[in-house]
Design a protein around this ligand. Sequence first.
Ligand code: BO1
Ligand code: ZN
Length: 222
Amino acid sequence: GVHWSYEGQEGPEHWGSLSKENSACSAGSQQSPIDITGAIKADIPDLATDWRSGGTMLNNGHTIEVKAASGTLKRGDKTYDLVQYHFHAPSEHLVDGKNFQMEVHFVHKHAETGALGVVGVFMVPGAANSTFASLAERFPQKAGEEIALNGVDPTGLLPASLKYWAYEGSLTTPPCSEIVDWMVAMDPIEVDPADIKRFTALHSMNARPAVSGNRRYILSSI
Ligand code: BO1
Ligand code: ZN
């Protein structure tokens, strides 16, 4: 893909015109992130994760991304494979117009259709989260730097309850492809503010501004 960023001439309002392959960023009608508001209670399936320790952690210049060793997400009769997880600061999704200090995205792929299922979890300052702390103390400092991760299980980044909002949207970065089943956890996790600082020292603003919901339904599991 062509070079892009979060501000200036290659910032979000220009993504759609940077390259033909990014046209969905400006022309799409089901873009992400959105402000989550006015959700409709619906009988949507429970989520069940089966994730494993390990993988590699990369500073890709836009975020810190962990390429997952393995893992699955089950949503009703659909099974997705965990591919990677990464972080945004501040959060990309809003809830009733309000953002959070960070958001983690667990990116899964549906093997048969190629659709992505991304689970978003908000992160707020509070008690330390030992999983985030063990990532933060080893964040690769330079773009392009990648390290092996041993013994870090992303399950430690999930809230106790996986009640969630669901809607159909897109990648929040170029090429903004509209292929994502979004599942955003209602409950945030608490992390040490010092660990948030370790992230924002590297990526201080890597959130796409929220876009219009365009009359999309947002479903809520409770
Ligand atoms: S996000 O969760 O909406 N911020 C997001 C943004 C970009 C990607 C994934 C999630 N990129 C995609 C690539 C695919 C790749 C997939 C999994 O990530 O476009 O080529 O397979 O790494
Ligand atoms: Zn993301």
